[in-house]
Design a protein. Structure first.
Length: 705
């Protein structure tokens, strides 16, 4: 193996190893936050053989309108179900591959004639440190450790592969008009992944069939672009960035780029058709999460991004503190962000100037702003107006600029500086990933860093509630509502927590507020109905159950509505909903039991036997079903079967005096006086003052032969 090729292998292996070590402590991190919608509650990933996998739910989750990432979750589900390890392993692999793609892209770019005189001799080491310093910052943890943010890292991978494949396709036969011919070794650089995996074979193919090889890379570039369009909307700018790259480093002008590669750019532009189709399919947005007309104006969102962009730049320089969720903060006045907006306009103007006068510097600035543009301009992402994961790929431009500038200023010490910085960043990433070990930790860190986020307060409250810390959860929910009184989700979660704590009036107040703020919140309607039932306001609960049923026709809604109708003595309607619940969930034991009770109440005791038996089929220790069957069977003089249910009750509740007494009654009716006496004596031992049991015992003793 040639020394240069050997070093390429070592760099690639070292890059993967360091990234893997930095994220090794994330493989057991639980599902958090958006992971519920992306994986846990996503029915379309349950089967790879169903076309539903390419039609993710249009519920505003991170998979809405993104079939490629949904397919990746389906592959994980096939491997490990809801066990988190395979999802985290896939996220880590995607991030490592993206780092390798960046390494290859930067190395080949620095070897192009425009940059080779300055950076060529050190292209491999500069590319390695760029990829390393981009992959390791704690700022990247949200995109890698959060399973739902695979949309960001996977889109980043496809974005980089689109550019990398273009570099392999274009410079081999067309260079800048002003650039000298490339040296032979530029053409035969092997730092890229494919050449590293198949060095001999691929080198031979490239030499023997250069035209075929170039066409293959063109196809690969377009394919990566298409896949990216199906992964995240950020990919919309990829064809523009490729064209800008071509103009800056290869063709020398936009006209030359388009003239020489017209079919290629037509194919890249055609990939927008997929993105457009997905947008039409989802109604021009992602449910209530993103798009126009979602309650946040484009102008206010743009003002918010003035603050966000400078915040991102600060985090790129000093990634602390990090916040998982900044909530839905929106800036409403220019005066609130006048200096941030002025600075952003200055940076944009500088980028535009550099594109004309200093194309390489301008390209780096354009890379940063263009990739951020879809999420940080005028299209409101109302559920997250600021998000650190959006800096995943734009950070590459900043990292490359820093590495290139450091090389010019400190050519000899630069590797040592970069190596030390990489160690520090890796340590910070390991430490940050510890916050993801459970929901309480990650949300506590978010609240500590950004206490004004109502959603972070709410999510911490949920985590505390699930862990059994009711008092602390109550304080967090109260704080979330105080920060944003119109936050329906916080009011709903608080109401559910209060309901669980039997604080009925307070629970109803919060649930009523949630329903008023979000009338289409199915669970809020459902739980308000439950609260009203517990308050014995049955008639008032009915419309809330009925509305919940319209919004979410699920088994539990049918069941609770049926139960309420039964309490109101509307037995026919109650039976209809109980049977509907069983159609949706045939294992719902309590629904069978309630059907039995309705049959008994209607004087159809014989028809109650089957639903009671079905109850025990799915809930063998259902005491109510055992009790009713024991009574009904005894009435039909099937005493052995009745005795069996009484014994089952005693096995379940050995200290239940009534169960022992009823067994005594059945045994006595069978003529088994001695056994009946033993049962009565045990019942009397458990409840000595019960006169009925004492009388039954006397009769049993008198009936002895």
């Amino acid at each position: 193996m040639a020394p240069a090729l050997s070093r390429s292998w070592l760099r690639a292996a070292l890059l993967i190893a360091v990234v893997a070590l930095a994220y090794a402590n994330t493989l057991r991190a639980p599902f958090l936050f958006d992971d519920a919608g992306a994986v846990v509650n996503n029915p379309t990933i349950r089967s790879l053989t169903s076309l539903a996998v390419l039609h993710p739910p249009a519920d505003g989750s991170t998979t809405t309108g993104r079939p490629v990432v949904n397919l990746s979750y389906a592959l994980n589900y096939t491997v490990s179900g809801e066990a988190v390890w395979s999802y985290h392993a896939a996220n880590l692999a995607i991030h490592a591959l993206a780092a390798l793609a960046l390494l290859g892209l930067v190395r080949r770019t620095l070897l192009l004639p425009l940059l080779r005189p300055v950076y060529g001799p050190h292209a491999s080491s500069l590319a390695f440190f760029t990829a390393l310093l981009w992959a390791l910052p704690p700022l990247q943890t949200e995109s890698v450790t959060c399973i739902a943010q695979r949309t960001e890292s996977l889109c980043g991978l496809f974005y980089l592969l689109t550019l990398y494949a273009f570099v392999r396709f274009a410079p081999c036969h067309v260079l800048s008009d002003k650039a000298p011919a490339p040296l032979p070794e530029v053409r035969h650089a092997f730092s890229d992944i494919r050449a590293s995996l198949l060095p001999g074979a691929w080198h031979a193919i490239s030499d023997k069939n250069p035209g075929r090889s170039r066409r293959g890379w063109a196809v690969a570039s377009v394919a990566a672009c298409v896949a990216g369009m199906g992964t995240k909307e950020v990919m919309v700018t990829a064809p523009l960035v490729v064209l800008l790259y071509d103009r800056t480093f290869v063709a020398g002008s936009f006209a030359a780029a388009c003239r020489r590669r017209r079919p290629y750019y037509a194919a890249l532009a055609a990939s927008w058709g997929l993105l457009l189709g997905l947008q039409v399919q989802t109604g021009g947005g992602r449910g209530a999460a993103a798009g126009f007309g979602r309650g946040v104006s484009s102008w206010h969102y743009l003002l918010t991004q003035c603050e966000a962009l400078l915040h991102y730049l600060r985090l790129a320089l000093w990634p602390h503190p990090l916040v998982l969720d900044y909530g839905t903060t929106v800036v409403h006045s220019v005066t609130d962000v006048w200096w941030q907006g002025s600075l952003i306009l200055l940076l944009l103007a500088g980028t535009a100037w550099a594109l004309v006068r200093k194309p390489v510097v301008g390209f780096i600035g354009a890379w940063f702003f263009l990739i951020l543009a879809p999420s940080s301009s005028i299209v409101p992402l109302v559920t997250q107006t600021i998000a650190e994961h959006r800096l995943y790929l734009p950070l590459a431009a900043l990292t490359l600029a820093a590495v290139a500038a450091a090389h010019l200023r400190f050519p000899c010490p630069a590797p040592w500086i970069a190596g030390g910085l990489a160690v520090a960043l890796a340590a910070g990433t390991v430490a940050r990933n510890r916050d993801y070990r459970d929901a309480i930790n990650i949300w506590s860190s978010s609240v500590a860093a950004y206490p004004s986020s109502a959603r972070a307060q709410n999510n911490l409250g949920q985590a505390l509630q699930e862990a059994g810390h009711a008092a602390e959860a109550d304080a967090r929910f109260a704080r979330a509502v105080a920060l944003d009184s119109s936050y329906a989700a916080a009011r709903y979660n608080w109401g559910v927590a209060l309901l669980a704590g039997n604080r009925l009036p307070a629970a109803m107040a919060q649930l009523e507020a949630a329903v008023q703020l979000a009338p289409d919140h199915a669970d809020a309607q459902f739980n308000l109905g439950n609260a009203l039932v517990r308050a014995q306001r049955l008639a008032e609960a009915l419309p809330h159950f009925e509305r919940a049923l319209q919004l979410r026709p699920a088994a539990d809604v049918h069941f609770n509505l049926g139960l309420t109708l039964a309490e109101l003595k509307r037995d026919a309607a109650a039976e209809t909903h109980l049977r509907a619940a069983l159609q949706l969930d045939p294992t719902l034991a309590e629904a069978y039991y309630q059907l039995g009770r309705l049959a008994e109440r209607g004087g159809r005791g014989d028809q109650a036997l089957t639903p009671y038996a079905d109850t025990l089929r799915y809930a063998p220790e259902h005491t109510g079903a055992h009790q009713r069957l024991a009574l009904l069977l005894a009435q039909r003089e099937d005493f052995p079967a009745a005795a069996g249910h009484c014994r089952a009750l005693i096995r379940i509740h050995p200290f239940d005096a009534d169960a022992h007494a009823n067994l005594g009654n059945v045994l006595l009716l069978q003529g088994q006086s001695a056994a009946a006496i033993a049962s009565y004596e045990e019942a009397l031992r458990l409840r000595p003052d019960d006169r009925r049991i004492r009388e039954s015992l006397r009769l049993a003793r008198e009936s002895r032969p």
